[in-house]
Design a protein around this ligand. Structure first.
Ligand SMILES: N[C@@H](Cc1c[nH]c[nH+]1)C(=O)O
Length: 375
């Protein structure tokens, strides 16, 4: 241990200084305004829960991504939330089980993972999202994709694009039309994901090769996928994708990558990833899924999306314009200062004669009852 270790933060964790904190708040507020206007009621969830509750609400959730430790009180394993969707699913299956469906809920908060994602070393991220519980239909998926685009735009993103995928594609095909022995399924999935044609053939998935070419701008890629689907196993999915695409046309650029599965842990027939111009990497994802209920109860269908807008927050923070800040000298008229705040001024009051208006980033000074520009 070095002496200055107490000043360090663990890898992938950081503070938000005033400009970033302001930008984060602005993004959050703008996103929630959009979500609330579409009838998505906000919920707030704890940062820690029993590991089991976070891990078992949806099939496919990976506990290894979560920070886990023992609760000294209950002596049970706790986990930090890594995805608020699982908590919203718990609420839907328990406290709000009697609420009418479809149930529209929204949320935001910090989530933590043990490791960063790909090139992004951050282990704590802001997550903002919405879940539409009780439906995983084409109509539900179209509403959610449209809402994700509007929310991201509201949060300040420009040039939004959306990439559609079919998360359970390999499971669907390998169980029927393009049967694979169980032990080959994972390898075929991996090779498709890696877009490795040679590896795909070696893994016994030669029949899946055309999927590697049904990728790119939506209009042409969906035709390729339809041509590949000779037996019509994917017909209903293809029709649904076309319908969703028609709903979002003109609002975002659309692409299709039917076997993409990066970040999709529990989504079922439909998934999408969302991007914006000038921001490397994705800004979020969403799709359809099933919420596992109490023992003996049927799972409930749902559709939702989550944004991870930290890169947008950074951009906004760096573009933040100069604020209009009014310096209040010692002995100023306090009533007048209150009136200035009421009309939108930010005021900074002197504590002593030594306080310097310019050093304190003020743009104006209260003098003779007026805001006088400095410089
Ligand atoms: N929570 C998921 C996205 C999602 C929300 N609802 C359905 N899917 C994620 O962050 O990857």
């Amino acid at each position: 241990m070095h002496e200055n270790d107490r000043d360090l933060l663990p890898e992938g964790l950081g503070d938000r200084l005033p400009q970033q904190a302001w930008a984060s708040q602005t993004v959050r507020r703008a996103a929630h305004d959009v979500l609330a206007s579409h009838g998505y009621a906000r919920v707030e969830t704890p940062v820690l829960e029993f590991e089991k509750a976070l891990a078992s609400r949806m099939a496919g959730v990976r506990v290894r991504r979560m920070f886990r430790f023992m609760d000294p009180v209950s002596l049970r394993m706790l986990a930090m939330r890594s995805d608020i969707t699982a908590q919203v699913a718990r609420i839907a299956a328990t406290g709000l089980a009697p609420a009418p469906r479809p149930l529209r809920l929204s949320y935001s908060g910090q989530v933590m993972t043990v490791k960063g994602d790909g090139l992004d070393p951050a282990r704590e991220r802001l997550q903002i999202g919405a879940e539409l519980i009780g439906a995983d239909s084409t109509a539900a998926a179209a509403e959610v994709v449209e809402l994700a685009i509007e929310t991201l735009r509201g949060a300040g993103a420009k040039g939004v694009s959306v990439d559609f995928t079919l998360p359970d594609l390999v499971d669907t095909l390998s169980a029927g039309a393009l049967a694979l022995p169980a032990h080959q399924v994972e390898a075929v999935r991996e090779m498709l994901d890696a877009k490795d044609a040679g590896g795909l053939v070696d893994a016994g998935g030669a029949a899946y090769l055309p999927l590697l070419y049904a990728v790119g701008p939506f209009a042409s890629a969906i035709e390729q996928l339809a041509a590949f689907d000779v037996d019509g196993v994917l017909a209903s999915r293809i029709a649904a994708l076309r319908a969703i695409a028609a709903r979002v046309e003109g609002k975002a650029r659309l692409t299709l990558d039917p076997s993409e599965r990066h970040g999709f842990e529990y989504q079922s027939w439909f998934g999408f990833t969302i991007y914006a111009d000038g921001i490397p990497g994705s800004l979020g994802r969403g799709g359809t899924y099933e919420i596992l209920g109490q023992a003996g109860r049927d799972p409930e269908p749902a559709t939702g999306f989550s944004l991870y807008p930290d890169p947008l927050v950074e951009t906004l923070a760096s573009e933040a314009g100069e604020e209009r800040r009014l310096f209040l000298p010692l002995g100023h008229d306090r009533e007048l200062a209150a009136r200035q705040r009421a009309v939108g001024w930010v005021t900074v009051a002197a504590l002593s004669e030594a306080d310097d208006a310019i050093a304190l980033s003020c743009s104006h000074r209260l003098e003779g009852g007026e805001a006088v520009p400095l410089s």
